[in-house]
Design a protein around this ligand. Structure first.
Ligand code: 13P
Ligand code: SF4
Length: 320
């Protein structure tokens, strides 16, 4: 993608956003994968679990969710009486898109007697046919809490599902979905960085493929990878996830050396910011300002879908 969409620093605009947020009793939440300037203007920055937990507890009148569409939907389902604004409704998620609700429902029907676990990166309609929602931050814990002989369908991220299967010895039935950003990281690229930086720790998000996770010193959600850096301090880290997380890592550990993992560079990908999620990067200061000022675009979720989707989300929050 071109850099036209990138959020650039604009202190005047950031101050104006903060002023508007205070005036309207709005809380600005952002995911770690958004641009640094977006994270800096937010009241709260977190991984998808922390964002859901924060939304469930906020007493703000308005939530501005700086992230992708499903994150706004989750906020609205958790807070039906609040106004939930998403600065760009076109900020979708390839993983959520890889799991159309009608096809997932058919898949569920083909595996009767299974508990349905869905990753939070799904549409509200998929959550509506789910028993328990999980995030990368709690999936292992929640799956492990179920009886060992429980039949489980896990969707839509097959890499996260396969990783949980490999660690727990479960045989969950996996939906064949994936995230285009995490699927692009290559084993060869990481091995070559390891040769250049033999002492560096490899930190990887579980949405990466299994051969790559096998090289990691730490596999975890964005928050778990950040915590690892905070706990381990200075040193070298090869970071195998969306590069937006580097902003908080650098703030947490300014003396450490962070090496963003290179994705596979294939034909037509030269010049591509391949370790960036172009959807997360659609959120700019200008769009945050406009959406706060106009109180648009507002996230809406069909009431009957929301009524069914809230149950597995609440179940996740209880089990986390
Ligand atoms: P986290 O659960 O680590 O926030 O990851 C969300 C996501 O979109 C990963 O691609
Ligand atoms: Fe979705 Fe992948 Fe972007 Fe995360 S990084 S929001 S899973 S497309």
């Amino acid at each position: 993608m071109s850099n036209d969409n990138k959020a650039v620093e604009n202190p005047g605009l950031a101050a104006e956003i903060r002023r508007l947020a205070a005036e309207k009793r709005a809380v600005i939440m952002a995911h770690y994968y958004t641009e640094s300037v977006v994270q800096d203007v937010a009241d709260f920055v977190g991984d998808s679990l922390a964002l859901a937990q924060y939304a469930a507890k906020t007493d703000a009148a308005i939530i501005v969710m700086c992230g992708v569409h499903f994150m706004g939907e989750t906020c609205k389902i958790l807070c039906p009486d609040k106004k939930v604004l998403v600065p760009d409704m076109n900020a979708t998620c390839s993983l959520a898109e890889s799991c159309p609700a009608d096809e997932f429902e058919k898949f569920v029907g083909q595996h009767p007697g299974s508990t349905v676990i869905s990753y939070v990166n799904t549409t509200a309609a998929v959550k509506a046919v789910t028993d328990i929602v999980v995030t990368s931050g709690n999936a292992m814990k929640i799956v492990s809490s179920l009886p060992e002989d429980e039949k489980i369908i896990f969707g839509p991220d097959q890499n996260l599902g396969a990783y949980i299967n490999s660690v727990t010895g479960r045989e969950m039935t996996l939906w064949p979905g994936a995230c285009h950003v995490h699927s692009r990281f290559s084993v060869e690229g990481i091995l070559s960085l390891k040769r250049e930086h033999p002492d560096a720790k490899v930190l990887a998000h579980p949405e990466c493929k299994a051969p790559l996770l096998a090289l990691a010193d730490k596999v975890g959600s964005t928050a778990a990878l950040l915590k690892y850096v905070e706990e381990n301090g200075n040193g070298e880290y090869i970071v195998v996830t969306e590069s937006g997380i580097l902003h908080k890592m650098r703030q947490a550990c300014p003396e450490a050396v962070f090496i963003p993992a290179p994705p596979e560079v294939g034909e037509g990908m030269v010049g591509c910011h391949c370790n960036e999620c172009e959807y997360m990067r659609m959120i700019t200061l200008e769009k945050i300002y406009d959406c706060l000022r106009n109180e648009q675009p507002e996230m809406m979720v069909d009431a009957s879908v929301a009524e069914r989707a809230i149950r597995p989300i609440n179940r996740m929050l209880e089990l986390s």
